[in-house]
Design a protein around this ligand. Sequence first.
Ligand code: E4P
Length: 214
Amino acid sequence: MKFFIDTADIEEIKTAHAWGILDGVTTNPSLISKTGRPFKDVVYDIVKIVDGPISVETTSDDAKSLIVEGQTFAKIHKNVVVKVALTQNGLKACKALSSDGIAVNVTLCFSAVQALLAAKSGAAYISPFIGRLDDISEDGMKLIQDIVQIYKNYNFSTQILAASIRHPVHVLQAALAGAHVATIPFKVLQQLFHHPLTDRGLDQFLKDWKKVPK
Ligand code: E4P
């Protein structure tokens, strides 16, 4: 399973990259806006740190403008993946960009039939938002499981990128369901490392090691 970090915060990206477990980065307009910096500066910084897919989200209205915006993003760096929302215009743009060899991440996916449309439009990634579904009392993980099954049925090459992850159990369940990628907020990435028995065990080992004659 690939791990992407879901942030535009450069310090968080540097820290996670240094752990050696990072395969890529996803950003969105809200995450970029939190940095208070021009988006291109942020993207240039990210591509220098992580040598893997970096999703950058389009915000245009119509399909033609989305395509132009996507083409411009793709020119920034070979690792840039163009993010489009799962709308009719977004999927039109996805089809055009992917036919031109530009990788597209279709975002804001909340149903399995939407994911089917994205795969048919040539998406490199589909981003089902697990946490936001859980927030409204729907089962986000069931969506991941359904998409895994549908893509298997028809041999789609679109990768399932579990998004809107809120806690380590989301990562566990997405991995068990067979999602190709999880995009994980920094805080949750940190949580993945921790187990109280690891801390307690290490503490005891270090105490005992001090008693060993050297
Ligand atoms: C995915 O690429 C999105 O940036 C993200 O996972 C959205 O998560 P949120 O629901 O925590 O905003």
